[in-house]
Design a protein around this ligand. Structure first.
Ligand SMILES: C[S@@+](CC[C@H](N)C(=O)[O-])C[C@H]1O[C@@H](n2cnc3c(N)ncnc32)[C@H](O)[C@@H]1O
Length: 334
């Protein structure tokens, strides 16, 4: 790869060439990189001298990367330690924006960060906060009810053994405060006899990380607010890593790229207008070569769409995923 700043060892920006192929016809303007991470996408975009990037990342650790990029690219690069759901709060000349990019989830650096405690290999009390959060996974595990925990594991983690895991957590937390290793042990004991392709704790840990970081509402509001500030002709590119993220992104792109007459008995004005143009209906997947050098990329899916019209009402989109937003709302008691 030919990014001009040296990236952290073992950092492979997922589907970088595919992303560049999509956005390069639009070069010569401002791109918003909603998820700076290690700066892989941003530095490649800035290699082209007529581009500017405004990057966001909720993690304070990204400030260090941002400072390096600032030194290298000067005024063509700006950074905000923001959540991307707040993308519409950035002050920017809207008609300059050519594209908005979301590379969801977390980076290898974050998973190896012993303070964030995202991984089931961490030690001590659970945390999982990526940055700008209201509560930690430790509070979730110790303060929510058995029913609430079970629902989080079931829906956000798609964990089949959600009920029994939640029950055991509630029983064990009465004896002592649970640490990461205790949670892993509880799950291992329950899933002992099952032969799993993935680590026994993957699904429960994923659901807790999503819950702590409000990943569902971040994505829904991030897409809506990104769409609002994107001028017509601009592109939105989203890279997802698990089924719920992809389901939300696919629905947003597909639903708003089709013209639908809600009922033939209703007047013409009730036709739901196309506001996005999809070039490819199917997601772009990483090549075999990319998966061989960066195995975690195997679950990535890239979708993109161009804005063709403005829209002010996204109620249907929000209602479609209300059942997920309601689960996030459980956190109001914390
Ligand atoms: C997969 S990494 C991005 C990697 C990046 N594309 C690169 O090339 O280095 C995801 C990044 O998004 C950040 N992030 C996740 N959710 C976010 C949100 N809602 N708002 C802002 N940043 C977020 C994480 O902190 C992490 O640094």
């Amino acid at each position: 790869m030919n990014a001009t700043i040296k990236l952290e060892k073992n950092h492979f920006p997922v589907m970088l060439n595919e992303l560049i192929d999509i956005i390069s016809p639009l070069y010569g303007g401002t791109f918003i990189d909603c998820t700076l991470g290690q700066g892989g996408y941003t530095s490649r975009i800035l290699n082209q001298k007529n581009n500017e990037v405004i990057a966001l990342d909720r993690d304070k650790a990204a400030i260090k990367i941002a400072n390096k990029l600032k030194l290298k690219f000067g005024n063509r690069f700006k950074f905000k330690n923001f959540k991307f759901s707040d993308i519409d709060q950035i002050s920017i000349e809207q008609n300059k924006i050519k594209g908005i990019i979301y590379d969801l989830g977390f980076s290898l650096n974050q998973i190896n960060d012993q303070e964030k405690k995202i991984s089931f290999n961490s030690k001590g009390s659970l945390d999982m906060r990526l940055g700008i959060n209201d509560f930690s996974a430790n509070e979730v595990i110790h303060q929510l009810s058995e029913k609430e925990l079970s629902l989080i594991f079931k829906v956000l983690g798609e964990e089949n053994m959600h009920k029994i895991i939640a029950k055991k957590i509630v029983k064990e937390r009465e004896k002592k405060a649970l640490h990461t290793e205790d949670l892993v042990k509880i799950i291992d004991t329950i899933k002992r006899k099952k032969k799993q392709k993935i680590h026994n704790s993957t699904k429960v840990f994923q659901s807790l990380r999503m819950f702590v970081n409000n990943e569902i509402s971040e994505l829904i509001n991030g897409l809506i607010n990104g769409f609002k500030i994107l001028p017509i002709g601009g592109v939105m590119v989203v890279v997802t890593f698990h089924s719920l993220e992809d389901k939300i992104t696919k629905y947003f792109f597909k639903n708003y790229s089709e013209e639908k007459n809600l009922s033939r008995y209703l007047p013409e004005s009730s036709v739901e207008q196309k506001i996005l143009k999809l070039i490819e209906k199917k997601p772009i997947l990483p090549s075999k070569h990319e998966i061989s050098i960066n195995p975690p990329s195997r679950s990535a899916k890239l979708r993109y769409a161009f804005k063709i019209k403005n829209n002010l009402d996204f109620e249907k989109f929000k209602n479609k995923f209300k059942y997920l937003l309601d689960i996030e709302n459980i956190s109001r008691v914390l």
